[in-house]
Structure formats: structure tokens, C-alpha cells
Design a protein around this ligand. Sequence first.
Ligand code: ADP
Ligand code: CIR
Length: 359
Amino acid sequence: MADAETQKKLEAGFQKLQDAKDCHSLLKKHFTKEVLDACKGRKTKLGATLLDVVQSGVANLDSGVGVYAPDAESYTLFKELFNPIIQEYHNGFGPEQKQPATDLGDGKTGQLPDLDPEGKYIQSTRIRCGRSLAGYPFNPCLTEANYKEMEGKVKKIFDEINDPELQGTYYPLTGMSKEVQNQLIADHFLFKEGDRFLQEANACRYWPTGRGIFHNKNKTFLVWANEEDHLRIISMQSGGNVGEVLARLNKGVKIIESKAPFSRDDRLGFLTFCPSNLGTTVRASVHIALPKIAAKPDFKSICDGLKLQIRGIHGEHSESVGGVYDISNKARLGLTEFEAVKQMYDGVKKLIELEKAAG
Ligand code: ADP
Ligand code: CIR
């Protein structure tokens, strides 16, 4: 059972959210008095409480979501809070629904020809997915020894990749010069440092231990180790050839999957630290310049209608630079991986048509 001090902090956090009139997170919306009273005394087998779930969103009132799952059990133990948040984020995915079987588009990538063959709008395309190594909890419950052990395991997997296109080198963050690290971040290859949402979720302990990045020579296939999720597997390249990017991701995921078992839940699909990434865990994005339609006041609602999410040029919680936006599929749960990519594909195709038609 959660101790008295934890429960007191939960009461205070609940009150802080209630009083924050300009907070619009899913946490604030769905963290009712009933949910607080039902869940505040609970503790997972690994010792996680509701405070671990909500503390990032309580500290960061500008959160969009506001919750993280410290371990897999949290998704069921605190379902009174997670289920409505999951349902609202992922296009109405209800408690009775199940994530479909994995389909990364084998043999279907021909359905995704280059979105911008003339190279007028799209700068680059990226598709990432997250994976959690079976047998390990998520960041807040990991020990320093866990981080080192996990890094050792994934480094061994990376060393064994012998596909000529994908093989590469693992670069641990420990020992990496600030200059190299900052350049990799600026070039959109590496995760940023000091994310306050992750920090307040207790997800950055022992940093930079166990964190790092693998990439092939061309930096078109990359894997992040132990940032927000145990693994983020990424395929990216210049231009708008979504089919090529997905085919490369598919190949890389299969190689890694053949060497490490991942946590997958029958209902929620692949398990991740943030509920926004559950299911396929796929975020397929383009960096795209749409100067005419992006300047219009209804740009956000057009994107909402196309099930697209808008981010800034340096990822989540960043701003657009020079009118270039990061546009991606929003939902990742309740559809297949191929369908998630197709949602971005069809939506961006429509945005380009609108841009062309805008006077
Ligand atoms: P994630 O996509 O893993 O959820 P972020 O939104 O923080 O995380 O993005 C991570 C990095 O990937 C950022 O540097 C971002 O600019 C970069 N990125 C995302 N989409 C693209 C893209 N289509 N082309 C190039 N870089 C991209
Ligand atoms: C938020 O609520 O805004 C942050 N906790 C991030 C939520 C979704 N993004 C993510 O998982 N990277």
C-alpha cells in the first residue's frame, strides 16, 4: 500500500491541477476525485504508485498528456486513469478493444510512392518505433546496474548486425564530447538532453549511464538506447520516399527482434513508457514547408481532421523554424503499423494538395 506521505503528495497534486485553470492536459481532464480516491493507496509489485504516474504532469502544467507508466503493471493497476487517457489520445480506443497483429508493411511499401517527387515541400522523412526489452521495467524503476546490463545486451545485438545497409557503430553517451552530442542533436539524429517532462517523471536517473545511439554509416538507420524507451528504432532519409523509409525500418526491426524478446501486451500492443506511444509505437513524420496553408488560422484544425499531429522542427515541444513543420500520425494504438504510416501518408498528400491549391 502507498504510504501516507505519497498519498498526501497525490492530494496536493490533484489540488494543484484543479486550481490550474490554463492547464489542458489529458491528466487534468481525467484525474477526477473518484480516480484519486480509488487509486491513491495502490502499489505495483515493483513498488510504483499513482504519484509515479502523475508527477510529470503535475510539475509540468503545459503537458499534453501528463502521465507515464513506471512499469507494465501500472497500465492495469491504474486503469481508471490510463484507460480514458488512452481512449482520448488514440482515436477512441476503448477498454474492450485490442491492438491488431503487427504489420510493418511487408510487400506493401510499393503503395507508398514518393510523396514529393519534385522535392518542393518535404525535406526529410522519418519513421520510428519504440521497444521495451522483456523482463525490465521502465525508466523510473530501473537501477544503475539494469542500465549497464541493458546497454551491454543491445550493444551486442548492434555489433552482430551484418546487413550491409544497416550495419554500423554504437556510440555511448558516456564519453561522447559535448560538441559531437550537440551536432547529432542539431542534425535531428540524437535525442535531446534535459527534457523536463522526462526528468520530472524520474526517467533520467544515472544519466548518461546506459544511454547511447547506434547508427549506420549514412545515418539512415539509427537506434536510441535507454532514453524515454529502452529502444527507439529509427529509419530516416532526405526527401519524401515513405515506402523506402518504412522498408528499411521493417528490415531493421526484424533483425533486432530476432535477437531480443520485447514486451507486448495482448490488448495494448508493444508497451512503452508513455501511453501516447502504445500499440504500434509508430510515429511517421515529414519535415515539410507549407508556407501558405500553415499561415492560416485553421491549419491546426485541418491537421486534427486528418488525424495528424504538428510538432516543431526540433521535435516535441519545439517551435517551427522558417515555416517548416514536423507533421506525423497522431494515433499509434488500435491500427496496424502500416495503417499508422498510411495515415501520415494520406494526410500529408492532402496537405500538399491544399498548399498547391492555395492562392
Ligand atoms: P520522437 O519522434 O522520437 O517522439 P521527437 O519529436 O523529440 O521524438 O523527435 C526526435 C528528433 O527527430 C528531433 O530532432 C526531430 O527534429 C527529429 N525528426 C522528427 N521527424 C523528422 C523528420 N521527418 N526528418 C528529420 N528529422 C526528424
Ligand atoms: C506531455 O505530456 O506533453 C509529455 N509528457 C510528452 C507526451 C507525449 N510525448 C512523448 O511520449 N514523447
